[in-house]
Write a protein that binds this ligand. Sequence first.
Ligand code: SF4
Length: 363
Amino acid sequence: MNKKDLYVIYGSQPQKMIKELLNSINLASQLDSGMNIALKPNLVLARPSNEGATTSPLIVEGIIQYLREHNLKSISIMEGSWVGDKTSIAYQVCGYEEISRKYNIPLIDLQRDSFREIPVGDMSLKVCNQALDVDYLINIPVLKAHCQTLFTCALKNLKGCIPNSEKRRYHSLGLHKPIAYLSSALKVDLNIVDALNGDLTFEEGGNPVQMDRIIIGQDPVLVDSYCSSLIGYTKEDIPYLKLAEELGVGQTDLNQAHIREYGIEEKKCSSFTPSRLVARLTKRVEASDACSACYGSLVHALKRLDENGLLNSINTKILIGQGYKGQLIDGLGIGNCTSKCTSHLQGCPPSAVQIVKFLEDNQ
Ligand code: SF4
């Protein structure tokens, strides 16, 4: 695996999916048995992962099983929840205490850790010592929307590795610059993105959207550039991506990425129980056996159009799903299955950013 590689797997069995991906990249070949390996999930607050805010414990458990099967024993889980929530409660509510007991793995609370100052450009950033001192850091963010930075994933997840006082300071600095600079101060070795059902609107969950995939990449800037497109944002929408690129942390150019997809046949059709918000956004959508990966992209795209005041100008029905294969039908088709629609967008699944553009162009 090199920095330009992005691995994507679709499906609904996170433990099996992550082990398949780790085998594909042959992670064990990059590690040795003496290494201290830290897993950094997103446990921003104490809510179970099915609510869209926190990292699925099944992904973390799959990583641990993979590492143990390869005789890598020195593993810890570390996190510092946001100001106002206790990490210890998040560990308990999110299922991590159970993992800790089952595999005898320590849970490190970075809210209680000491720190040191790391200079980056014209800034000095406080970073928790235990995060700085690991040999191999695996960042396991959730792909979701964020009320201030619009999007949160690999780079922003590192905010859990700084003291609470520093988290407050980041807000006073407008978030983008310190988030970018933190990615230079704290090196991540591997990013594993939980894109199973991240939140549509806020980092604290409550409106999960089923996306059913896991993404792996070494370059956190490339990972974030790709992931932001999956929920309808371009790199220009997220200033900290460009800033991190300028600092040399990684690159934003998705044309340079080598994207490998697995489990295409697992983009299962799911039955949706939409929240009130999702029902409002999808009022013009007619789905027939739509895969969760495709439908999730469409929901995120419609939310982005809604934020820009464009949702109500769509007056044509939007068709999505395998049920439309081969059908000649009037409407805006999303994905390869709707290729016989009056207008259609290719992709299997298309990203939300592609859907936004398609719907804007076909209003
Ligand atoms: S284009 Fe069709 S097969 Fe592909 S993800 Fe969408 S609904 Fe599924």
